[in-house]
Design a protein around this ligand. Structure first.
Ligand code: SF4
Length: 320
């Protein structure tokens, strides 16, 4: 990078860890402290390779399927939630389970169960194959239809008189989801809506914080892993407004060619990216002569969730 080319880095706030991720990561850390290694974790506890690697170094073993956990062992379910079938298969294998599902994901599962029990067909707005979507659909697979876009809604064919309700994945684009919901309402005016938006506070706040940056930056860098839904949405928010944006795992992924002709670079991080990665990216810019780092704060977050009961008390008091 030509020295002095980028003059300023503007940091979005809020960014990074949300309450659900804090809780999930601490759950595994405490499980390791309290029960010792290995602690099995079904899927990535949160979608960030740095976090997963660090927990692996401490003795966590990540598996794709509960069937890969030795019978009788302890397993943590990830923040993204699991389908009822996973609970059943864990019970069959006599696994000791610790549920790190984010309470806001668990709320969507509860809505799915409620709607299915009340005879509704459920439209789930979300991304096919995402772990959260797989888990939520598993609550009522026969009653649920997945839509990913306005086009999917337009193509929906349902028998006349179908009682319809919608729920959403928690980490979607606020704007795209509003379009999908508007299309649903147009086609099915009686569709039942959840009492409160399913897109979580952290996802909305991080998108809002990026929007506030956009008119002041030439480029946005989003720290997050490729499979992190909310991080990808932050990139899309910028691109939708005509601002170039890239998702980076960490500072090693920055391509200096991206920075040519940019004087102000925006920086944010997805809900599963630890703040130390932001520090590393800032250090990378500092090493290249950038001296001005500014934060643009929008809302203050004070959400916190209780840890799962199995790890709530610190390890020392549980020795007996
Ligand atoms: Fe929970 Fe939202 Fe964080 Fe997902 S992004 S873990 S739903 S708070």
């Amino acid at each position: 990078m030509a020295r002095g080319l980028v003059e300023r880095v503007l940091l979005a706030s809020p960014r990074g860890y949300c309450a659900g991720v804090e809780r999930a990561v601490e759950t595994v850390e405490r499980a390791l402290d309290r029960f010792g290694a290995p602690v099995y974790v079904r899927k990535q506890i949160v979608h960030n390779v740095h976090v997963v690697r660090e927990l692996e170094n401490r003795g966590a073993i990540f598996v794709d399927d509960e069937g890969d956990v030795p019978a009788g062992s302890r397993v943590v379910f990830s923040a993204h939630g699991v389908a009822p079938g996973v609970w059943a298969s864990a019970a069959q294998r006599r696994l000791t389970t610790i549920d790190a599902t984010c309470p806001l994901v668990a709320k969507v599962h509860a809505q799915a169960r409620h709607y299915a029990a009340s005879g509704y067909t459920i439209v789930l707005i979300g991304h096919a194959g995402h772990e959260e979507v797989v888990g939520t659909m598993g609550e009522a697979p026969e009653a649920t239809v997945l839509v990913e876009s306005v086009a999917d809604v337009e193509a929906l064919e349902l028998p006349a008189g179908t009682k319809l309700a919608y729920i959403t994945q928690t980490t979607l684009s606020v704007d795209e989801t509003a379009d999908i919901v508007a299309s649903l309402r147009r086609r099915f005016p009686d569709v039942h809506a959840p009492a409160k938006e399913d897109i979580c506070y952290a996802t909305s706040n991080r998108q809002w914080a990026v929007k506030k940056l956009l008119e002041r930056i030439d480029l946005l860098l989003v720290i997050g892993s490729a499979n992190s839904s909310n991080s990808n949405r932050l990139v899309e928010v910028a691109r939708a407004a005509g601002v170039d944006a890239y998702l980076i795992e960490d500072e090693t992924a920055i391509e200096e060619a991206w920075l040519i002709g940019r004087s102000v670079v925006g920086l944010t991080s997805g809900a599963s990216a630890p703040e130390r990665l932001v520090t590393r990216v800032c250090d990378w810019f500092r090493a290249r002569g950038v001296r001005c780092f500014e934060q643009l704060a929008t809302v203050r977050e004070d959400v916190a969730f209780k840890l799962p009961v199995e790890v709530r008390r610190p390890a020392a008091t549980n020795a007996a």
